[in-house]
Design a protein around this ligand. Structure first.
Ligand SMILES: [Zn+2]
Length: 429
C-alpha cells in the first residue's frame, strides 16, 4: 500500500469504538496515525505500526484528530436577513404570531426568491466556510425557502455547488413542505399536490436530494399532510425525516417510525410513546439547541431519551429566523448544558450519530473506507468540543484527504463586495 498522506502522532478519536458506553464508543487511539489514499481513509492504528511509504507526512504532535463534524440539520441557503424579527421576538412577540403576520418563513421566502444565483451561492458559501472553520465537513442542507418548483430546485442546486467547488460535503434535503407559499394560502391541497407530484419526482430524478423533510407542527403541516408528502418521497427513493414536536406533539414520531424515517428533529414536545416508537424503529433524534435558545423554549430532556433508547444527534439548524449560527461545537456545548447530554455523547452526536441521522454511511467515523474528512483541534481531549461555549476553531481540516483552509480570512473572500447593500446580501446573515 502506497499512501498519499499520513497523519502522525495524533490522539485519534475514531468514534468507532464498541458500544454501548459513550466513553468507549469514542474509540480513542493514543499516539495514532491515519493513512489517506484516493480521498479515503486507508489505514488507522498506533503510530508505531504505521505504514512507512507515505508520500507526505503531517505530524500533529499529540493533538486530537476526529472525523470531520457532521451537521445533520441546516437551512443553509437563503436570501435576506431577519435581524429585525429577532428584536421583535426578544421584546416578547410570539414566533407563530410573527409568522402569521407575514414575517417568519414567508419573509425569507420573499428575499430568497428575489436573490440571484450569485447572491445565494456567495452567502451560502460564506456560511459553509464558517462551519468548516469550526471543523464541520458534512452539512445537511434543506431547501424550503423557494416553495415553488423552480426555486426549490435552485436551492438544492446551490447546495450541490458547495460540493462541486470543494467547500463542504453536502447531504441535500427537499423541504417543499416547509410552509404554504403566500400565493397559495387558500389552496393547501393544490400546493401539497405540487410538492408530491412535481417537486419530489423532480428532485429525486435530478439526484438533487437525498431525503425529504416536512415541517409537521401546529401552524404548519398536519399529520395526514406529512404522511402524504413522506410516502411520495419514499416511493421516489428518498430518505424521510420531519421537523416534529417543536411546539405540539401531533404524532410525528410514530409516523416516522412507521415509515422507517432517518430522524425526527426538534422534539421539544414529544411523548414517551413517540420516543419509544422512534427507538424501536431506529429513528434518530436530532436536537437543535440554537432554536430552543432563540425561542426561549424548555429544551428536550436527553436523559429521558437515553432511558427510552433513542439515539441522539445535534445540529445547528442554521437558519435566519430561529437559529442564526454556523457553530456546531457551540450547539454541542448547549446540548450538554441544557438537555443533559454527557460530554462524550455530545461528541458522538455531531459525528457518528449525526451521520446515521443522515443515512450517510461513509462519514462520521475514522475507519478504513470512510471519506478522509478529518478535523484536528489544538487540544488533547475530545470533550473540548462540548466545553467551549462558542469560538472553538479547527487547527486543520482535511476534506476528501486534502487539507483545506480554515482561517476566517477565507470567509472574507466570499464577500468581496463594494457596497453596504451587497455586503448585507452576501454576508453570513
Ligand atoms: Zn429546521
Amino acid at each position: 500500500m502506497s499512501l498519499e498522506r499520513l497523519i502522525r502522532h495524533a490522539r485519534v478519536v475514531t468514534c468507532a469504538g464498541p458500544g454501548p458506553l459513550a466513553r468507549a464508543r469514542l474509540g480513542i487511539i493514543d499516539d495514532g496515525a491515519i493513512g489517506i489514499l484516493g480521498g479515503r481513509i486507508a489505514w488507522v492504528g498506533p503510530d508505531h505500526d504505521r505504514p512507512r511509504d507515505a508520500a507526505e507526512e503531517c505530524d500533529v504532535r499529540g493533538r486530537i484528530v476526529l472525523p470531520g463534524l457532521v451537521d445533520p440539520h441546516t437551512h443553509l441557503v437563503f436570501g435576506g436577513s431577519r435581524v429585525d424579527e429577532l428584536a421583535r421576538k426578544m421584546a416578547g412577540e410570539d414566533y407563530r404570531a410573527i409568522a402569521a403576520s407575514g414575517g417568519g418563513i414567508a419573509s425569507t421566502v420573499r428575499a430568497t426568491r428575489a436573490a440571484s444565483e450569485a447572491q445565494l451561492f456567495a452567502s451560502a458559501r460564506a456560511r459553509a466556510l464558517a462551519m468548516r472553520s469550526c471543523g464541520t465537513t458534512t452539512v445537511e442542507v434543506k431547501s424550503g425557502y423557494g416553495l415553488r418548483l423552480e426555486d426549490e430546485l435552485r436551492l438544492l442546486e446551490t447546495a450541490r455547488r458547495l460540493d462541486d467547488t470543494g467547500i463542504v460535503n453536502t447531504r441535500r434535503t427537499l423541504l417543499g413542505a416547509h410552509a404554504i407559499p403566500p400565493e397559495l394560502r387558500d389552496d393547501r391541497a393544490g400546493y401539497l399536490a405540487e410538492v408530491t407530484g412535481a417537486m419530489v419526482p423532480a428532485a429525486a430524478a435530478a439526484g438533487l436530494a437525498h431525503a425529504c423533510d416536512v415541517y409537521l407542527d401546529e401552524g404548519a403541516f398536519s399529520l395526514e399532510e406529512a404522511r402524504r408528502v413522506l410516502v411520495a418521497a419514499r416511493a421516489h427513493g428518498l430518505g424521510v425525516k420531519a421537523h416534529i414536536g417543536q411546539f405540539a406533539d401531533l404524532g410525528g414520531a410514530q409516523l416516522l417510525a412507521e415509515l422507517g424515517g432517518l430522524s425526527g428533529d426538534h422534539l421539544e414536545a414529544v411523548s414517551d410513546e413517540g420516543l419509544r416508537a422512534m427507538a424501536q424503529a431506529g429513528v434518530r433524534a436530532v436536537l437543535l439547541p440554537g432554536a430552543w435558545t432563540t425561542l426561549r423554549q424548555a429544551p428536550p430532556d436527553a436523559r429521558r431519551m437515553r432511558a427510552l433508547g433513542v439515539s441522539i444527534a445535534v445540529g445547528t439548524d442554521c437558519n435566519p429566523g430561529t437559529s442564526p449560527t454556523t457553530d456546531l461545537p457551540l450547539c454541542a456545548a448547549l446540548a450538554v448544558r441544557d438537555a443533559g447530554l454527557t460530554m462524550e455523547e455530545a461528541v458522538l452526536a455531531v459525528t457518528v450519530e449525526a451521520a446515521r441521522a443522515l443515512g450517510a454511511p461513509d462519514v462520521g467515523q475514522v475507519a478504513v473506507g470512510m471519506r478522509a474528512d478529518l478535523v484536528c483541534y489544538d487540544h488533547d481531549d475530545p470533550r473540548v468540543l462540548a466545553y467551549a461555549v462558542g469560538g472553538l476553531r479547527a487547527r486543520f481540516v482535511w476534506l476528501a484527504g486534502h487539507r483545506v483552509p480554515t482561517a476566517d480570512s477565507d470567509i472574507a473572500h466570499a464577500v468581496g463586495s463594494e457596497t453596504l447593500e451587497d455586503l448585507n446580501r452576501h454576508g453570513l446573515w
